[in-house]
Design a protein around this ligand. Structure first.
Ligand code: NAD
Ligand code: ZN
Length: 376
């Protein structure tokens, strides 16, 4: 069977900056033909990390070989620390040394770290060179490669230096995920479930039924889940590219989740997607405790996320590190928090999320304290 027959294309309809996301097992074979049309000369720059390079350099080279495209490689150590200003400068210097021009293209080949930094480098290089994303983590395929947010971290905080810069093409080849550690896969899966919870109850139902197939990377199921997620994010981004309104819904589970990540000092025993899964379960339970969310929906969210092995309760967490007062004070540091109130994404049910503009942090703290008391 020609694997290309099972590719799905998601169009991100941003007018002059519109682009395609190609999704499916084997989608990478499309890279050569697509790049040929895009490039002014048969050469492209590839930014990656050492782990992705080790596993998949051959696959990317193979994908452009028949098109006769030469690739210039630059790889960085894996991990969030790589997303630094110093490394950004290194990437720009490599591009300059290689004679990169506005007509050239930078391919970000890796997870969200490489995608975020590659996008920012491309936006800065001679005020903007071509940019293509080939995401290799599930999180990057369904989230960070869609929407054009790029950034690096500074010691003062995460993602503080960045730009909106859209790629010209995204290729999400689910076959590349076969080498991804299981926890990373599940962390990305949490963001998939998020789209169902925001505004697509039928998708949530489908995931409740088929989630294991997605996590087992069965080609059809993985393609469907990734494409539907990209389409969901694309629709929100098209409506609100620079996050002044509806794009905030993508933060479902993130205000709680970020507080847990920060309280944990970003240690790797709580991955971002794991914190988001916990945060979504908590947002639904807080909604239920506040009379906003049907209790049965909160229970179902917990059950479905928990069944895929994601954290959904405070069981087993360190009581001091994750003390309710500490978490609430971290939530207070949200840049939109005002006078003891913080915007929270809550839900009137599964698939019915909305921006609750002024959740009372004292009540959030009481809720977290009660959750901790209940936890084992
Ligand atoms: N721009 C956005 O809209 C957006 C959205 C969400 C997250 N992000 C950013 O994305 C980053 C997180 O992305 P991530 O979870 O992909 O992390 P990551 O890029 O650090 O990748 C996670 C780990 O998986 C490894 N890896 C990647 N692909 C692999 C593969 N195919 N096989 C084996 N190992 C592989 C990496 O080397 C790394 O160790 C954060 O910096 C976050 O801020 C950005
Ligand atoms: Zn997230």
């Amino acid at each position: 069977m020609n694997p290309n027959t099972s590719l799905e294309t998601v169009r991100v309809d941003l007018g002059a900056r519109a682009y395609d996301i190609l999704v499916g097992h084997g989608a990478l074979t499309e890279l050569g033909p697509r790049l040929s049309v895009m490039l002014k000369r048969p050469r492209a720059f590839v930014l990656t990390d050492e782990t992705v390079m080790r596993h998949h350099k051959g696959a990317l080279e193979g994908a452009v070989k028949t098109a006769g495209i030469h690739l210039d490689w630059y790889s960085l150590p894996p991990g969030e620390k790589t997303k630094s200003f110093a490394n950004l400068e290194g990437v720009l210097d490599w591009l300059l040394a290689g004679g990169a021009d506005r007509g050239d293209t930078l391919i970000a080949f890796g997870g969200g770290v490489i995608g975020d930094m590659g996008g920012l480098a491309a936006s800065l290089m001679k005020r903007g060179m071509g940019f293509v994303q080939v995401p290799t983590t599930l999180l990057a395929q369904v989230d960070s490669s869609v929407g054009g947010k790029t950034a690096v971290n500074t010691p003062r905080g995460k993602n503080l230096i960045g730009a909106f810069y859209q790629p010209r093409l995204v290729i999400a080849d689910t076959a590349l995920l076969a080498t991804l550690p299981e926890r990373e896969l599940k962390a990305g899966y949490a963001e998939i479930v998020k789209y169902g919870l925001i505004n697509d109850a039928p998708f949530f139902d489908w995931l409740a039924e088929n989630g294991q197939k997605v996590l087992a990377l069965e080609p059809e199921a993985a393609r469907y889940a990734v494409a539907r997620s990209c389409a969901a994010k694309a629709a929100i981004v098209v409506e609100d590219e620079t996050e002044t309104g509806v794009r905030q819904l993508l933060n479902l589970g993130h205000t709680f989740g970020h507080a847990f990540e920060a309280a944990n000092e970003y240690r790797e025993d709580l991955l971002h997607g794991e914190a988001v899964a916990l945060g979504m379960a908590l947002a639904f339970r807080y909604g239920a405790a506040s009379g906003i969310t049907p209790a049965a929906d909160a229970a179902r969210v917990k059950q479905v996320l928990g069944a895929s092995g994601l954290p959904v309760s405070l069981n087993g967490l360190d009581r001091e590190r994750f003390a309710a007062a500490r978490l609430a004070s971290l939530m207070q540091q949200d840049k939109k928090a005002r006078a003891g109130r913080v915007p929270l994404i809550l839900a009137r049910g599964i698939g019915a999320a909305y921006v609750h503009p002024d959740a009372d942090l004292a009540s959030v703290e009481r809720f977290l304290a009660a959750e901790l008391t209940e936890a084992t």
